[in-house]
Design a protein around this ligand. Sequence first.
Ligand SMILES: Cc1cc2nc3c(=O)[nH]c(=O)nc-3n(C[C@H](O)[C@H](O)[C@H](O)COP(=O)(O)O)c2cc1C
Length: 167
Amino acid sequence: MCRNFDQTPVEKEKLARLVHAAGRAPQGGNMPVREYIVVDDPRYMRLLRGVTPSFLANAPAALVICTDLPKALEVMGKQGRDILSLLDAGAAAENVALQAEELGVGVSFVRSATESAVKRALDIPERFRVDIIIGVGYKSRNRPAPMKGQRPVVHHNSYGGERYGSS
Ligand SMILES: Cc1cc2nc3c(=O)[nH]c(=O)nc-3n(C[C@H](O)[C@H](O)[C@H](O)COP(=O)(O)O)c2cc1C
């Protein structure tokens, strides 16, 4: 994740490419229950930043991924609405992150936000769930190093078997 961005605006074509990448992600029910809000107006970005306490980064743009909950229930049932559509949003977000790298821009994922306030800030109708907010922008040279680096815990063939890949 990038946690410090330049303030150079991200070109509309690049934002469109990110949305396209999100739309190419697999979806559990293969039904279009997801919608996106591309935010690049500094006034809306200010509003959004104001209601996302963990929006640590100063991204100049954001892509908000939402799920139409009644539609998801109708086409995929309760499990589809509550679980599949969230997994789908994660897959879409990762597609965005990978496409962003290719386009030379960085992203920062934000989930912990006051959903009702995000909806108010961006006029999102009540029936939607805000799944994830993705800050987008050119990476600043002065950005902190990525935080991850722990080795994943992987079991071979069955849980508790030898550690996969260990010698
Ligand atoms: C579903 C999801 C939600 C996240 N929400 C937040 C968030 O609300 N605030 C935040 O600062 N980082 C958030 N992150 C970013 C992770 O904290 C980050 O990927 C992790 O700390 C590893 O950092 P690195 O990518 O810089 O190595 C989220 C990541 C994912 C996958």
